[in-house]
Design a protein around this ligand. Structure first.
Ligand SMILES: Cc1cc2nc3c(=O)[nH]c(=O)nc-3n(C[C@H](O)[C@H](O)[C@H](O)COP(=O)(O)O)c2cc1C
Length: 167
């Protein structure tokens, strides 16, 4: 499937929208709910077994996904603001909560994500921060953006930082 070209059209997420998806351990989509289809513009056939990066927006810094996968691999849950790209090239912002789920024997089963509306206050902080992180990645590399992210969080817990911002 061709990657959509990003445009400036924003898709509004409403307070009642809870966007759910489930992936296999590689990050390929196994399940998505109706709201997910509606916002992303893709149907069930187009999304099932596709890598979740199908929604990756070019404005998203790599370091956010690096952090997400590194935490998931450790068995931790992650909260992160994500700007997603729709099939039409539009975008929508969400606060994503992603966690691993386990089999009865304790082995990794899959990953589940629920996402909700991003608050205007969070947007004011996150949009310029992500823009700076992205710029650093292009000019210097991911190590530099990782350092800026660490400096911004300043010793606080990453998840707590994201949750607090969304209040
Ligand atoms: C359960 C789950 C949900 C995810 N949701 C998103 C998402 O909504 N948008 C997104 O860009 N990446 C999401 N990702 C991360 C992608 O797997 C991927 O790492 C990211 O899009 C960056 O793509 P890249 O690793 O190919 O650069 C999710 C991963 C998991 C495991």
């Amino acid at each position: 499937m061709d990657r959509p070209i990003a445009n400036n059209n924003e898709i509004k997420v409403t307070p009642v929208d809870i966007i759910v998806s489930k992936t296999d351990i590689m990050g390929n989509i196994e399940y998505a709910n109706q709201i997910f289809f509606k916002l992303s513009g893709y149907n069930k056939r187009e999304l099932t077994f596709e890598p979740h990066s199908i929604l990756r927006h070019p404005d998203m810094p790599k370091v956010v996904f690096k952090h997400l996968w590194s935490e998931l691999k450790k068995g931790h849950e992650v909260y992160a603001f994500v700007k997603n790209l729709t099939k039409e090239g539009s975008f929508y912002w969400v606060l994503a909560y992603v966690r691993p789920t386990l089999n009865p024997d304790g082995s990794l089963r899959n990953y589940v994500s629920t996402r909700k509306l991003m608050s205007p206050t969070a947007r004011e902080t996150i949009e310029p921060l992500y823009a700076k992180l992205l710029e650093l990645e292009k000019s210097t590399g991911v190590d530099a953006s990782e350092q800026l992210l660490r400096d911004t969080i300043a010793g606080r817990d990453f998840n707590q930082f994201m949750i607090e911002l969304n209040k």
